[in-house]
Design a protein around this ligand. Sequence first.
Ligand code: EPZ
Length: 432
Amino acid sequence: MTSILAPSQKILTPHLEIRGGARLSGEVRVTGAKNSALVLMAASLLSAEPLRLRNVPGLSDIQGMVEILESLGVDSKRGESSVELNGSGLNQSSPPYELVNGLRASFFCIGPLLARLGVARVPLPGGCQIGARPVVEHVKGLKALGAQVTIEHGVVSAVVPGRGHRLTGARIHLDCPSVGATETLMMAAALAEGETIIENAAQEPEVVDLAGLIIAMGGKVRGAGTPSITIVGMERLHGADYMVIPDRIEAGTLLLAGAITRSCLRVTPVIPDHLGAVISKLEEAGCKLEADGIGMTISADRIRAVDLRTQPFPGFPTDLQAPFMSLLATAEGTSVITEAIFENRLQHVAELQRMGAAIRTQGNTAFVEGVPGLSGAPVTGSDLRASAAMVLAGLAAEGVTMVQGLQHLDRGYDNLEGKLNGIGANIQRHGL
Ligand code: EPZ
């Protein structure tokens, strides 16, 4: 099939070339959760014994986190889908700027570094495409645990004064249920003197996974997955061998691939409790979903408009707002989608409009009037979930869609095009 692009339109930057219209079928595998693996890797700093994490996804962010931990003195060994980290050689309290600059998750080091060494200097993670991404709650909580924290020239410097430089347990109330702040404070409290209670804590499955790891390392945590988490600090934590939970956002993205192509598809493994809000929205939109104890089968023919509003867990996850919008762009009727977590996470609207979607926005709300079909076009993903949304739209579009922004996509999805081609899609990667 000849390319639809005029020579002048040839795309030179790395992109995916997607020939839309194929039905998908069969079974597709979900890998380990990026947003759990990254924080569990940072938790290796809490112990002087080896931590082995299994079911770790092969993503650029994971390698980035390995390099940051190695710069602090942690030994690492990568396996096929595992990583072994040994914090016994920890000898630095400040990861180098050039390594942390591109990886927001590097900020997860500040809590365990303070807990283990009593000192930490970590550059502010800074904003990104989707919002300012402040760390006010993280800093407030560390101060409540007894750290002196200053922010100068974009670097957060924290030190625990006094004998032994050990943090002291405290009752902390978060102004917002920040996932990163909850996880940072859980790790800091794990070695603090006494008991810490985090009120208005995030309840995401990745928070529960971190609690599971801390307990496996000999720590004491209860209430993870509820708004109130209690951590009793220990003198030290031992090593562990721990399995990362499946990536619920990747699972949701793959279920949406089945829905947008009107296919019947099995996605595995899926933990239904991790996707409650998404499953109920897919059913409301007309999909049939069946859990079989390990995976989940989705089948779809007609898709109806639904309204959704992103919220902290167990509400609808902001990370699936863009992928779900691609589905609703082809639904019957008009959907109202409100992004209530991040201040600037509707940038995929303009790209979907290039493919013929009929979407109007007002502030952080998008009014999506379903169209009978999308048409392929060159589009760009502005963050990792927007890039995934463009891939989904390309699967359903008539003709060829070229998706750029792979540097975002590859941060969050382990070989997405390979997985989709394995169930009938027609996607070619061009460029690195
Ligand atoms: C985590 O980010 C995830 N990243 C994000 O996934 C996810 O979208 C987000 O949680 C929400 O679920 C990782 O786990 C590595 P937050 P995090 O602190 O911890 C505001 C993806 O695509 N806030 O819960 O940074 C903040 O501005 C990424 O995989 C404050 O106001 O999210 C945001 O609007 C994107 N003050 C909201 O809370 C603070 O001190 C949620 O942020 C902290 C946060």
